[in-house]
Ligand binder design. Structure first.
Ligand SMILES: Cc1cc2nc3c(=O)[nH]c(=O)nc-3n(C[C@H](O)[C@H](O)[C@H](O)COP(=O)(O)O)c2cc1C
Length: 398
């Protein structure tokens, strides 16, 4: 768009490594993206024995022990979040809450487990409900919030929390309302139930207001009801002595007035931060710069719905939103997510004001994507002349 500032780093071609070729082979051997998606926790567990694993090395001469460490502090004195590295696995990557500590093996500094709902869900019956859009390094999915239910997930998170912390992994839990409930009081009770469970066991809670894949209206489009939801969960939080961070995850296709109204609610209810964004509705793909033409997208749901898009085409929107919202709400913590597949993008987003990033789709296109992004972050840091991210972003020197 004319007049818009240039985004420093959008597309890139990284040289295919031996690991990338192995990933292509795995994709041919296991052609179902959903089957591969289910194996991610196993892959993370066995990663120490997997060949062609990149080993991000702290550049020679950088004296800091943990150059990529970030501490997210909140203006309301909620417990700070300590991240060994500011790359978090986005919600959806570990819906079941299994093998949490293993995600440190593949380069993550945190995991947003879930999304979990009060009632366990199989998700959408349609198959396939995940498609790869290789030309765009993107994914189209309509999983439909499949998950074993908050009771199961919260129990698993609780039992693995210590092991995850030992690997210095931050653990968040993403929750959403069980889709399909009609009565407003019942809906509210449902979210509150999941919120309490998640709050008890995780370091931060991410309220998913934006799932496009259940056939029901997203909560971030129902402002009056959202007002009640945010008020209720923050009321509960204030009644519990331990103050943990609460994030809201938004949709990427909100109109300006709708976004404005949402930001007002977030401010009014003292939500600590925003996760920007969920998948982009496939029905609106013409708003993204993509090689895949809108009419080439096939349905991923029985009713013909095109589900949500993730991966590289989302990055421009993510970057602009971080810039815009950080300007409007400088005190809110922002976690950027959508199309982040290179360390230079992480670097630019952190400098733009994001506290951390999340990613998921890049794992399907880059062998050990998070570890490689760490290596690229080191390179960016070295070029900047700083020894740590804290020195670069907070002015703290060693
Ligand atoms: C297969 C799949 C499942 C997902 N499931 C969830 C989910 O349960 N909850 C959620 O908040 N986001 C979910 N997402 C969205 C991601 O968390 C993320 O917001 C989106 O994929 C954009 O990031 P990316 O481009 O790095 O993948 C899912 C994404 C994919 C591809």
């Amino acid at each position: 768009m004319q007049g818009e500032p240039e985004i420093p780093f959008v597309d890139h071609d990284y040289a295919a490594t031996a690991g990338d070729r192995l990933l292509s082979l795995i994709k041919r051997l296991v052609p179902s993206p959903e089957a591969r998606h289910r194996q991610l926790a196993n892959f993370a567990k066995w990663a120490p024995f997997v060949p062609f694993k990149p080993s991000p090395k702290i550049p020679y001469g950088m004296r800091a022990k943990k150059p990529l460490e970030r501490v997210i502090r909140f203006s309301d004195k909620s417990n700070p979040l300590y991240l060994n590295c500011p790359i978090i696995l986005a919600a959806g990557g570990n819906k079941e809450g299994t093998d949490l500590a293993a995600y440190a093996n593949i380069g993550f500094g945190g995991v947003s487990v879930g999304t979990a709902t009060r009632v366990p869900r199989e998700g959408n019956p349609f198959r396939p409900r995940i498609r790869m859009l290789n030309a765009d390094r993107a994914i189209q999915n309509s999983m439909g919030l499949n998950n074993p239910g908050i009771d199961v997930v919260a129990k698993r998170v609780d039992s693995q929390f210590g092991a995850a912390r030992k690997r210095e992994l931050a653990v968040g839990l993403s929750i959403a309302e069980t889709p399909g409930l009609q009565d407003e009081e019942e809906r509210l009770d449902d979210v509150i139930y999941s919120f309490r469970k998640a709050y008890n066991v995780a370091e931060y809670v991410e309220i998913n207001l934006s799932c496009p894949n259940t056939g029901h209206q997203r909560i971030d489009a129902q402002l009056k009801y959202l007002d009640r939801v945010l008020q209720s969960v923050m009321h509960i939080r204030s009644s519990i002595p331990v103050r943990k961070a609460v994030y809201a995850k938004l949709s990427p296709d909100l109109g300006e007035r709708q976004l404005q109204a949402l930001l007002e609610l977030v401010t009014q209810h003292n939500i600590n931060g925003l996760v920007l964004f969920n998948t982009f509705p496939g029905s609106r793909s013409e708003f993204l710069e993509m090689r895949t033409q809108p009419d080439a997208l096939k349905p991923v749901r029985q009713d013909g719905d095109l589900g949500g898009l993730s991966g590289r085409p989302l990055y421009v929107n993510t970057f602009r939103a971080v810039e815009y919202i950080k300007n409007k709400l400088p005190d809110k913590s922002i976690i950027a997510v959508g199309g982040i597949d290179h360390g230079a993008k992480v670097f630019d987003l952190l400098r733009m004001g994001a506290d951390a990033v999340q990613m998921y789709s890049a794992l399907s296109y880059r062998w050990f994507a998070a570890r490689r992004m760490q290596a690229e972050l080191y390179e960016c840091l070295e070029k900047s002349g700083c020894s740590t991210l804290s020195e670069l972003l907070d002015g703290d020197s060693l």
